[in-house]
Design a protein. Structure first.
Length: 133
């Protein structure tokens, strides 16, 4: 499984806003995270639409977290941007596989997928803020 660049940028944006805990405009967010401005706007719109961020208009406008960092998981962001986590096609769509339900490989891959999603679910942005470098 590989998350997209968009999901990676979204994770960084949320982490930065959680750490700074201050309103920041899209241009500053893009520059601070080395993200192309238009791409940052696209990501910010998704984060606002999902209720993770709040946006404010005007000269003192910008973006803030709409939720506490302890209430936002890495899984929330990855799935918002990339969709449901599936490490192969038959776990994403069981009807795509003729052996679905009887395949031993699928069962093992399912346990790997559960481990990945479980770990992403356990890590909140509060945990990210506490991470020592």
């Amino acid at each position: 499984m590989k998350i997209t660049r968009e999901a990676d940028y979204a994770l960084r944006i949320v982490a930065m806003l959680a750490a700074d805990n201050t309103r920041m405009d899209a241009k500053a967010i893009a520059e601070k995270n080395h993200i192309p401005y238009r791409f940052a706007l696209k990501i910010l719109n998704k984060l606002v639409s999902s209720g993770i961020l709040k946006s404010f208009r005007g000269s003192s406008g910008g973006y803030l977290l709409a939720k506490s960092p302890k209430d936002i998981t890495l899984r929330d962001i990855v799935e918002l941007i990339d969709g449901k986590i599936a490490i192969n096609k038959c776990l994403e769509d069981p009807t795509a596989c003729e052996n679905s339900g009887v395949c031993k490989v699928q069962r093992k891959l399912y346990s790997v997928q559960c481990a990945i999603t479980g770990e992403l679910e356990k890590i909140t942005f509060d945990d990210v803020l506490k991470e020592k470098l």
